[in-house]
Design a protein around this ligand. Structure first.
Ligand SMILES: Nc1ncnc2c1ncn2[C@@H]1O[C@H](COP(=O)(O)OP(=O)(O)O)[C@@H](O)[C@H]1O
Ligand SMILES: [Mg+2]
Length: 299
């Protein structure tokens, strides 16, 4: 379960990059480090030697203390760099063998705050990505319309297609955000604490929705969350980052097939995993000496 046990030698990510039937893996982060400039002082090292890879559509939940660099990792994967900072400082991110150097059209992100256009209807918000040549190439207007209708149905919003975002609840708005990403069928979907502003019941409904959507149209989901129960419900794999400078302290596969039954989620095996992950996050905050980060764990 420890990251240490599978990151020995040159690099796990590099090894995976050459061992998958000659086909480039979907995503490889290889020895990533990130420093940010500090006004007047030495640069802050946020990420240090982060390596992981994924060869198939799966859900990877990323947990770690606030400020340790989780969102920074997602920005590197999507190519949404801060213009004034070189990203990454060291190491490489590759998608299907191609170096990521700019916003990638196969990677889309859902944020905590839904990013919807208030003046457009729900339907037009979901159709919006097709206004860009990036995603409309090779998709006829008929096919676009059919995909939008299918997505609206999949997220349970067919009846709300004509409404404006302000007429929707927070959970419904986040459904629209999800639909507006999945409609272009990205290979990688980054989700940055997408449900943390929602009430517990809506959050659970959204988790169920994600399980359904990803079963119907698989993609690699990189899902940042503070909620360990959420991770145990939806993840195939869980990564835990230490505090800054962050490294991967846990890289584990959740040993229960999905969808996970309520019995498993209440089982001793699941509780033990939950306790273990929380302990590792706490440990990651208090060590090493001098490290920075605050703990927020929801269970
Ligand atoms: N463009 C930037 N310039 C300077 N510091 C940054 C920049 N982007 C992020 N940081 C810093 O890097 C650290 C990690 O940020 P972030 O990835 O947002 O953390 P997390 O998502 O884990 O809470 C924070 O201390 C943040 O202030
Ligand atoms: Mg963040």
């Amino acid at each position: 379960m420890d990251a240490e046990s599978n990151s020995s030698g040159d690099s796990l990510a590099t090894a995976a990059a050459t061992s998958h039937n000659g086909e480039a893996p979907l995503l490889v982060l290889d020895a990533i480090s990130q420093e940010f400039p500090n006004q007047g002082g030495a640069p802050t090292t946020v990420l240090k030697d982060i390596s992981f890879s994924s060869t198939r559509p799966e859900t990877i939940c990323i947990l770690g203390p606030s400020g340790c660099g989780k969102s920074t990792i997602l920005r590197m994967v999507s190519g949404m760099y801060d213009r004034h900072v070189a990203m990454p400082t060291a190491g490489t991110v590759k998608i299907r063998g191609q170096l990521v150097t700019e916003p990638h059209d196969q990677v889309l992100t859902v944020f905590q705050k839904p990013t919807l256009k208030g003046w457009l209807s729900v339907r037009d918000n979901v159709l919006l990505p097709f206004k860009s040549v990036l995603w409309s190439r090779g998709v006829s207007p008929e096919e676009q319309a059919a995909r939008v209708d299918k997505m609206l149905h999949a997220v349970g919003l067919s009846q709300a297609a004509g409404l404006r975002p302000r007429q929707l609840s927070g959970g419904m708005q986040q459904r629209v955000s999800l639909a507006a990403r999945l409609v272009v069928r990205p290979s990688i979907l980054c989700l940055d604490e997408p449900f943390s502003a929602l009430d517990p019941q809506t959050r659970e409904e959204m988790q169920e929705l994600c399980l359904k959507l990803w079963a119907e149209s698989p993609c690699l989901a990189l899902f940042v969350t503070h909620d360990v129960s959420e991770a145990l419900r939806i993840a195939d794999r869980i990564l835990v980052l230490s505090t800054r400078p962050a490294s991967i302290v846990v890289d584990m596969t959740v040993p229960s097939p999905k969808p996970r039954s309520p019995e498993w989620l209440r089982s001793e095996e699941c509780s033990e995993l939950e306790r273990d992950i929380i302990a590792r996050i706490r440990q990651a905050v208090t060590h090493p000496a001098g490290a920075v980060g605050t703990l927020r764990v929801d269970v």
